[in-house]
Design a protein around this ligand. Structure first.
Ligand SMILES: [Zn+2]
Length: 91
């Protein structure tokens, strides 16, 4: 979803009346959202540390297939070559 404040550009313009210039600054809404997502990711990591290795493998394998059903040939090749970094890049 695109930011309503910056239309997804990540920057907004702000007038500095003291120096009579228009400045381009990072969008506060996008910065806030990025900070929120970063904190949520850290909280998810903490919770997931308490799950088993096997459960994580099951969930990741399922997610790879569910989101890449048009790339099964490529996934099969990566499985046969045991290319773990490439497989994980499909998550
Ligand atoms: Zn924004």
């Amino acid at each position: 979803m695109s930011c309503e404040e910056c239309n997804g550009k990540g920057f907004i313009t702000q007038t500095d009346y003291n120096h009579d210039v228009v400045m381009k600054i990072q969008c506060p809404s996008c910065l806030h959202e990025a900070k929120f997502l970063e904190e949520l990711e850290m909280q998810i990591r903490v919770v997931l540390r308490n799950t088993s290795h096997e459960k994580m493998i099951e969930v990741v394998s399922s997610a790879i297939l569910r989101t890449n059903q048009d790339s099964t040939d490529r996934l099969e090749t990566l499985v046969h070559s045991k290319n773990i970094p490439a497989l994980l890049s499909y998550v």
